[in-house]
Ligand binder design. Structure first.
Ligand code: DER
Length: 226
């Protein structure tokens, strides 16, 4: 089945929560793209006014401006709402994110948002974190081979993200190591261990951050809340 209409439906449900005057975190990825386009449509039609967007990637910044949104850099002021996709959604709304490579700016932005709304198709639903997706970990470029060796001691079986001849480089000039998580286990403890590992910049574990998720499947859009 074509998931794109389902992803768009989920995005429309999330965008319906935005009110005029809000500061909005703009997510990254193919589902967040529908949300950014819809916000742009509502601003152009006058349904929404006074919206300021904060983008979680260069790609989302470019798209937001292209649809006529005002985009500002992240500053310490809180955001009213952020809308973003995910790679895995657990029953308690713990997430894996980062397959689009934007996890650092996403987490930096979304921790400042009063509400984090996740939008996805049903393929992202898991019973436990680690079931379907790798865990993206952003690592410093300098000494990355040493950092990867440190990570292999914690989460063996991962690899540097390298789609072509060169490693993938994030908007922040870092590399990504895609780790394979053991399913189950204490992921909060794992997050602490990973964050305490020299050379690790950020992980794609978004634990206890999302307020709700709109998940689209062929029989409709489910609204999950924590
Ligand atoms: O990289 C990211 O964090 C994206 O939000 C990703 O998790 C979801 O991307 P998708 O909507 O294209 O599947």
């Amino acid at each position: 089945v074509d998931l794109e209409p389902l992803k768009k439906e989920a995005a429309l449900r999330a965008v319906a929560l935005i009110e005029s005057g809000m500061r909005v975190g703009l997510g990254t990825g193919s589902t967040a793209k529908y949300a950014i386009e819809e916000i742009g449509r509502k601003v152009q039609s006058g349904e929404l006014t006074g919206i300021v967007g904060v983008a979680t990637s260069e790609a989302s910044d470019t798209l937001a401006r292209a649809v006529g949104l005002t985009v500002e850099p992240l500053d310490p002021r809180p955001l009213d709402i952020a809308i973003d996709g995910a790679d895995e959604i657990a029953p308690n709304l713990d997430l894996i994110k980062g397959l689009g490579g934007a996890l650092l700016r996403e987490k930096l932005t979304e921790v400042q948002s009063r509400r984090l709304i996740i939008i996805a198709d049903h393929s992202k639903i898991v019973g436990q974190i680690g079931e379907k997706s790798a865990l993206p970990i952003e690592i410093a470029r300098f000494g990355f081979l040493s950092t990867i060796e440190r990570l292999r001691q914690i989460v063996p079986g991962g690899r540097l993200r390298q789609p072509g001849a060169q490693p993938y480089v994030t908007d922040n000039g870092n590399y990504i190591y895609d780790a394979h998580l053991p399913v189950g286990g204490d992921i909060a403890a794992l997050e602490r261990t990973l964050k305490g590992t020299l050379g690790v910049v950020e992980t794609g574990l978004f634990l206890g951050m999302a307020e709700r998720a709109f998940v689209a499947s062929p029989d409709g859009v489910q609204e999950l809340s924590r």
